[in-house]
Design a protein around this ligand. Structure first.
Ligand code: DOR
Ligand code: ZN
Length: 348
C-alpha cells in the first residue's frame, strides 16, 4: 500500500552521485537546486573544454561553490579521462581532498564526449595506477559504433568493454553510471563488491514509450536512451532492493529549452529541482520506502569510502505542481514533469 497523504519520511541527508552543473550562467541557474536537495554531489567534467586536471577541477569547484552561495554543499569533482591522461594525474587526483574519481566517456557517446576515449587498451597504465591509488572509475557505458542499435549500446559496451576491463583489473573500483538495462543490473550484482551503479529518476519512472507519447517528447530524451518496460522493472527492483551497490545519481543534465526543442535536440533530462521527490515516488509506488534511505543516503558514501551525512531531511507526501520552466541565464529550461505534479515535497 502506498503511503497515506501527509506521511512524513525522515532520512539522513542524501547525496547525488552523478550530476551535470555546467559553467557560467547555466551553472548559476542550476547549481542552487542541487545544493538544496543534496549535501554532496559528484560533478561531471564534460565541459567545453573538459576538466582534465586537478588544477582545473579545483578552479571549477570554486566556481560551483560561488554559484551555491552559503548552502552547506560539497561538490566532489571528477576528471575527464582522455587518451593523453598520465598516471601522474591519477596520483594528484588521489592526493587531493576533492577529486572523487575519473570519468570515462567513449569518444562520441554523448554530450561533449569528443575528447573521450577510442580504445581502452592505451590506458592500462592509468587503470593500474587507479587500482593502486584506489580511485574510482566512473563509466559512461555505451558503444559508439553507429551501426549498433541505439537501444543495444549499453549491453554491447558491457559485453565488449566493461566486463573485460573489470576482469583484467581485479581491484579497480568502477561505477557503471546511469544503468538502463537488466543486463547491467545483473552484472553489478554478479561482480563481488567492486562495481557499483547509479540509477536516474527518469529510468526508474519511464520506459521508452515516454519518448513518443502522443508525439515526440524531447524533454524525455537522454543518453543512454530510455529502454523497454522489462528493463525499467529490473532497475526498480535493484534500486528498491536495498542492495548496497545501487545508489542515487540523477544525471540531471541541463540544456536550454531551445536546444531541446529543435530538429536535432540535445540529450539530457533536467531533474535537479525535484529529483529527491521523484525518487521518493518510485519507492512509495513499490511500497519500499523502508529502503529509500539506503539508496539515497547510505550506499553511495559507503561505495566511495566517505562518511554518511549526519544531518537529516524530511519529505512529506503532498502533491506539488512542477513549474513549466525555470530561468536559465538568458534562456529558459524545462524540468522533468514540467506542468504536472510530483507526489512528495522536500521540507525546508
Ligand atoms: O543525456 C545525457 N546528457 N547523457 C549524458 O551522458 C550526458 C548528458 C549531458 O551532459 O548533457
Ligand atoms: Zn551524465
Amino acid at each position: 500500500m502506498p503511503a497515506e497523504p501527509g506521511t512524513v519520511l525522515e532520512i539522513s541527508a542524501p547525496d547525488d552521485w552523478h550530476v551535470h552543473l555546467r559553467d557560467g550562467e547555466a551553472l548559476s541557474a542550476v547549481a542552487p537546486f542541487t545544493a538544496r536537495q543534496f549535501r554532496r554531489a559528484i560533478v561531471m567534467p564534460n565541459l567545453r573544454p573538459p576538466i582534465q586536471t586537478v588544477g582545473e577541477a579545483e578552479a571549477y569547484r570554486k566556481r560551483i561553490l560561488e554559484a551555491c552561495g552559503d548552502a552547506a554543499f560539497a561538490p566532489l569533482m571528477t576528471l575527464y579521462l582522455t587518451e593523453t591522461t598520465e598516471p601522474e594525474e591519477v596520483d594528484r587526483a588521489a592526493a587531493s581532498e576533492f577529486v572523487a574519481g575519473i570519468k570515462l566517456y567513449p569518444a562520441g557517446a554523448t554530450t561533449n564526449s569528443e575528447a573521450g576515449v577510442h580504445s581502452l587498451s592505451g590506458l592500462y597504465r592509468v587503470f593500474e595506477r587507479m587500482e593502486e591509488r584506489d580511485l574510482v572509475l566512473e563509466v559512461h557505458g555505451e558503444v559508439t559504433d553507429r551501426q549498433a542499435d541505439v537501444f543495444d549500446r549499453e549491453r554491447l559496451f558491457l559485453e565488449r568493454e566493461l566486463a573485460p576491463l573489470v576482469e583484467r583489473f581485479q581491484r579497480l573500483r568502477v561505477v557503471f553510471e546511469h544503468v538502463t538495462t537488466r543486463e547491467a543490473v545483473d552484472f553489478v550484482r554478479e561482480t563481488k563488491g567492486r562495481v557499483g551503479a547509479t540509477i536516474t529518476p527518469q529510468h526508474l519512472l519511464l520506459n521508452r514509450n515516454a519518448l513518443f507519447a502522443g508525439g515526440i517528447r524531447p524533454h524525455n530524451y537522454c543518453l543512454p536512451v530510455l529502454k523497454r518496460e522489462e528493463h525499467r522493472r529490473a532497475l526498480v527492483d535493484a534500486a528498491t532492493s536495498g542492495h548496497s551497490r545501487f545508489f542515487l545519481g540523477t544525471d540531471s543534465a541541463p540544456h536550454s529549452r531551445s536546444s531541446k526543442e529543435t530538429a536535432c535536440g540535445c540529450a539530457g533530462v533536467f531533474s535537479a529541482p525535484l529529483a529527491l521527490e521523484l525518487y521518493a515516488e518510485v519507492f512509495d509506488n513499490e511500497d519500499r520506502l523502508d529502503q529509500f534511505e539506503a539508496f539515497a543516503s547510505t550506499n553511495g558514501p559507503a561505495f566511495y569510502g566517505l562518511p554518511k551525512n549526519t544531518d537529516r531531511v524530511r519529505l512529506c507526501k503532498q502533491p506539488r505542481a512542477v513549474p513549466t520552466e525555470y530561468d536559465f541565464g538568458s534562456e529558459t529550461i524545462v524540468p522533468f514533469r514540467a506542468g504536472e505534479q510530483v507526489s512528495w515535497v522536500l521540507l525546508a
